[in-house]
Ligand binder design. Structure first.
Ligand code: DSN
Length: 420
């Protein structure tokens, strides 16, 4: 008789089951506006929770170190082919467990310890892995930074000036809190002038790139990474792409056996399912709605006197600055959280407070758009955000708005109870 229990989760582990139920309720009743979060489809979750969780498959399709990989090969190849079709590139490695792992593999593949990299300053909207000191990228490599001007935009002439002084081996472009289109062509021109490799991290904007609603990093970047769970709406994970055969070989070795062991084939299966959803014509409508909804957020907040960094947004997020207010990003995050609106505090250009307090918040539209919300709902939500910020210590108001928004949220069901 099998030693594996055939009980379902509720029978097998009531504690975890109850926590999952609570989390489902939280995700359903609250308004998820963290710019890097999204909701995957039940089909993607089904692939994530599949029998591939049992399989080791070190290596790559048709080049495995373990037997029994016939079906794993098919899944990984489909994920690769679909990724290349979406991003119109030649090579994709779908094995990175996360965006940070993907970025680590790019450095490991193309740099020696101590080599110079030039990335966007974390406090200006960059990412930890773009050379920030507490991250491996700032510890193992000699990291230099460019930032944004006080108008919240990248000044490409300044990036060139810095690049000419630094002479980095890699220039990293891409951001975690930048609301404007990134000019990959200009970045490549800068990289060419100083003889650097251009590495684009499109984790935040990949879903818009996939819909041709943000310029593509190809053919400009030598190597491109992304996560698969942000605007791409897939499972949590990372991916690396390139058109350069030599770089692709180095990347493959850097991921396995360099940094990772067995690939998570169940997650790779889920990535493949997500990529199929992205290749559907409906994807473009979703991505366009993400942008439209962000514009409503920006417009309402600006009309109500809030300072939006760069004066608007071209993508899925806005950065709100409270430099001219007497409250911090942390207070705003907490007040909105009390009203059931989940955002994150964020540093802003010209920041005067610590990263643990900040003078801003980042607000994104991908998750609520995935629930089916459009301009009408975003206008209501944006006004509620302003009502809360206008009277930031009014906890009664926060409670009242929480009740109202729960009713709104219930009209946009994400999952039913049997999803997981
Ligand atoms: N945590 C991601 C974000 O929120 O942008 C970056 O890794």
């Amino acid at each position: 008789m099998s030693y594996i229990t055939s009980k379902n989760l509720q029978e097998s582990d009531k504690e975890i089951f109850d926590i999952l139920e609570n989390e489902l309720d939280r995700q359903s009743d609250h308004l998820e506006m963290i710019a890097s979060e999204n909701f995957t489809s039940p089909a993607i979750m089904q692939a994530m929770g599949s029998v591939f969780t049992n399989k080791y498959a070190e290596g790559y399709p048709a080049k495995r170190y373990y037997g029994g990989c016939e079906e794993a090969d098919k899944v990984e190849q489909l994920a690769i082919d679909r990724a290349c079709e979406i991003f119109k590139c030649t090579y994709a490695n779908v094995q990175p467990h996360s965006g940070s792992q993907a970025n680590g593999a790019v450095y490991a593949a193309l740099l020696k310890a101590g080599d110079k990299i030039l990335g966007m300053d974390l406090s200006h909207g960059g990412h930890l892995t773009h050379g920030s000191k507490p991250s491996f990228s700032g510890k193992n490599y000699s990291a230099f930074y460019y930032g944004v001007e006080l108008d919240g935009r990248i000044n490409y002439d300044k990036v060139l000036e810095i690049a000419k002084i630094v002479r980095p081996k890699i220039i990293v472009c891409g951001a975690s809190a930048y609301a404007r289109e990134i000019d990959f062509k200009k970045f490549r021109e800068i990289a060419n002038e100083v003889g650097a490799i251009l590495f684009a991290d499109i984790a935040h904007i990949a879903g818009l790139v996939a819909a041709d609603l943000h310029v593509s990093p190809f053919p400009h970047a030598h190597v491109v990474t992304t996560t698969t769970h942000k605007t791409l709406r897939g499972p949590r994970g990372g991916m690396i792409m390139t058109n350069d055969e030599d770089i692709s070989k180095k990347i493959n070795s850097a991921i396995f056996p360099g940094l990772q062991g067995g690939p998570l084939i169940h997650i790779i299966a889920a990535k493949a399912v997500a990529f199929k959803e992205i290749l559907d014509p409906a994807w473009k409508k979703y991505a366009q709605q993400v942008i439209n909804n962000t514009k409503v957020l920006a417009d309402v907040l600006m009309q109500r006197g809030y300072d939006i960094v760069s004066g608007g947004s071209d993508n899925h997020l806005i950065l709100v600055s409270f430099l001219n207010k007497d409250f911090s990003g942390k207070q705003a995050d907490s007040a909105l959280g009390n009203a059931g609106i989940t955002v994150n505090m964020n540093t802003v250009p010209g920041e005067t407070r610590s990263p643990f307090v900040t003078s801003g918040i980042r607000i994104g539209s991908p998750a609520l758009t995935a629930r089916g919300m459009k301009e009408k709902e975003f206008e209501i939500i944006a006004n509620k955000i302003c009502d809360i910020l206008d009277d930031i210590d009014n906890t009664r108001l926060q409670e009242a708005i929480k009740k109202e928004l729960k009713v709104l949220a219930q009209d946009f069901i994400i999952y039913n109870k049997s999803t997981y």
